[in-house]
Design a binder for this molecule. Structure first.
Ligand SMILES: Cc1ncc(COP(=O)(O)O)c(C=O)c1O
Length: 415
C-alpha cells in the first residue's frame, strides 16, 4: 500500500483539479464577457431601467415551469423576500433543516420568526417528514425545505403534511437547480422556491438569487415589492406600502445569468455523470457510503458528500479529511460544518438585535435549548460526512482519481 501523503508519501493529485474558486471549474466564457460588455457600454446598470433582469427572470421562470420569477442580490435575499411575502407575526414558527446554509435561517430570524430545527433522514440528510409533522404547533406558518447537495427531499410527504396543516412551503433550491422529483422540477412543487447564484452554485453571477412562485399576492402583497422597498413602481409617484428591503439584482449580474442559464442543462448533466462515476468507486469501499438519492428523483450534484462509518475506522473524521486534503482532495468535514446550524453563536446565543435576543426572547415564543442535542442524527452526520467541492469541469478520469484517493486513505485507516 502506498504511503499516505500526510505521512510524507506522494499525493494522488500533484496538481489541483478544477475548482469552483476560479475559471478551471466554472463554465464562464465569451458569452458572459460579451454580455457584460454590452451592459457596460449601454450605461444602464440598474434593473429599473434595463431589460436584462427582466429577461433573466422570464427565462428562469419558463425553465422551472412557474409563472413568476423575481431576481435578487443573493439566495439569502431570495429567502428573505419569500418571508417578507409570507409576513409572519413576530414569534411565529418556521420549520427548517439543521443541515443547510445559514442563508436559509437568517431570513427567518430577520423577520422576527422562530426557526424550528427538525432532524434529518440519514439516507440523504434531507429533513425527515415525520419530524416535520411532530414539530408543528398552532404558531407554525411555513416549512423551508432544503434540497441538500442537489438531492430532492421527500416532497410528497412534506406537501401532504403542509396541506393538512395549512402551511406555506418554501423550497430552498439553492443547491438544486433543475433537480427533479417524480419528473417534476423542484422549485415548482412548493408554494414558492428560492435559488442562489453564488460562486459555487450550478450557475453563478458571483452573488445573486431568484425567488419563484405560481401564486403572486397570496398574502396581500406582490412578491416584487418584497425585494423593492415595498415600492409599486407601476404607479405614478413614490410610495412605500410596507417594510421591505432593496434586494435588486443588477443588469451586469443578469447579463451573466442569462448566458449561464443557457449552459445550465449541460452543466447539470456533466456534474451528475461524473458524480455517478465517483459513486461507483466509493460504494465499493466497506467504510463509506455516497449519500442516498430517493429513487423517484433526479439529483443534480452541487457538492459531493459521502459518509464514513467511523465504527470501522481507526481515526476520526477530522483525521480522514486532513489525509484526503494532503492527497490533493478539495474537501471539508461536515455540512454546514462540524455542528448543525443551531449550535452557531447567532442562534445558540441569540446574537441578533442589540442585546434584546429577539426574536428568541419575545413573550410567548417556543423555547428551544440550542445547547442540547436537538437533532441527534444531524449532529452525527456532521461528524461523519466528508464534503467534496464538485463542479462540471471535473472529468471522468479525475472522478476516478478522486475515488482512488478516497480508497487509499480509507484502506489505510480501516481495520
Ligand atoms: C441551501 C442554501 N440555502 C441558502 C443559501 C444562501 O444563498 P446565498 O449564499 O446566495 O445568499 C445557500 C448558499 O450558499 C444554500 O446553499
Amino acid at each position: 500500500m502506498s504511503e499516505l501523503a500526510i505521512n510524507g508519501g506522494k499525493p494522488v493529485f500533484d496538481e489541483p483539479y478544477p475548482t469552483i474558486r476560479n475559471s478551471t471549474g466554472r463554465t464562464i466564457g465569451a458569452e458572459e464577457v460579451d454580455a457584460v460588455n454590452e451592459v457596460l457600454r449601454s450605461g444602464c446598470l440598474a434593473y429599473i431601467y434595463g431589460d436584462k433582469v427582466k429577461t433573466f427572470e422570464d427565462e428562469f421562470a419558463s425553465l422551472i415551469g412557474v409563472k413568476i420569477a423575481v431576481a435578487t442580490s443573493s439566495g439569502t435575499a431570495a429567502l428573505h423576500a419569500a418571508l417578507v411575502y409570507l409576513d409572519p407575526e413576530p414569534g411565529d414558527e418556521i420549520i427548517v433543516s439543521p443541515l443547510t446554509d445559514m442563508g436559509s435561517i437568517i431570513p427567518v430570524v430577520s423577520q422576527l420568526a422562530i426557526p424550528v430545527f427538525v432532524d434529518i433522514d440519514p439516507f440523504d440528510q434531507n429533513m425527515d417528514p415525520v419530524k416535520v409533522e411532530a414539530a408543528i404547533t398552532a404558531r407554525t406558518k411555513a416549512i423551508i425545505v432544503t434540497h441538500l447537495f442537489g438531492a430532492p427531499a421527500d416532497m410528497d410527504a412534506i406537501m401532504a403534511i403542509a396541506r393538512r396543516h395549512n402551511l406555506f412551503v418554501i423550497e430552498d433550491c439553492a443547491q438544486a437547480h433543475l433537480a427533479r422529483y417524480r419528473g417534476k422540477m423542484t422549485g415548482a412543487i412548493g408554494d414558492m422556491a428560492c435559488y442562489s447564484f453564488q460562486q459555487s452554485k450550478h450557475i453563478t453571477t458571483g452573488d445573486g438569487g431568484m425567488v419563484v412562485t405560481n401564486e403572486d399576492g397570496k398574502f396581500g402583497r406582490s412578491l416584487r415589492l418584497c425585494t423593492d422597498k415595498g415600492w409599486p413602481r407601476d404607479r405614478p409617484g413614490r410610495d412605500h406600502l410596507f417594510l421591505a428591503p432593496n434586494y435588486h439584482m443588477t443588469e451586469l449580474q443578469a447579463a451573466v445569468g442569462i448566458a449561464q442559464l443557457r449552459k445550465l442543462p449541460a452543466v447539470v448533466a456533466a456534474r451528475r455523470r461524473n458524480a455517478h462515476i465517483l459513486d461507483t468507486e466509493i460504494n465499493q469501499l466497506s467504510a463509506v457510503r455516497a449519500l442516498g438519492v430517493r429513487p423517484e428523483c433526479e439529483e443534480v450534484r452541487w457538492a459531493y458528500a459521502f459518509e464514513v462509518d467511523l465504527g470501522k475506522t481507526s481515526v476520526d473524521g477530522v483525521a480522514i479529511t486532513e489525509a484526503l486534503k494532503a492527497e490533493g482532495i478539495d474537501c471539508f468535514l461536515g455540512y454546514p460544518g462540524k455542528v448543525p446550524l443551531y449550535r452557531y453563536p447567532m442562534i445558540r446565543d441569540a446574537i441578533t438585535f442589540g442585546k434584546s435576543g429577539w426574536p428568541f426572547t419575545l413573550p410567548g415564543v417556543r423555547q428551544q435549548d440550542f445547547n442540547s442535542v436537538l437533532c441527534p442524527k444531524a449532529e452525527q452526520a456532521c461528524l461523519q460526512t466528508i464534503v467534496l467541492w464538485w463542479n462540471e469541469q471535473i472529468d471522468a478520469s479525475q472522478a476516478r482519481l478522486i475515488g482512488s484517493a478516497i480508497r487509499k486513505v480509507l484502506n489505510h485507516y480501516t481495520s
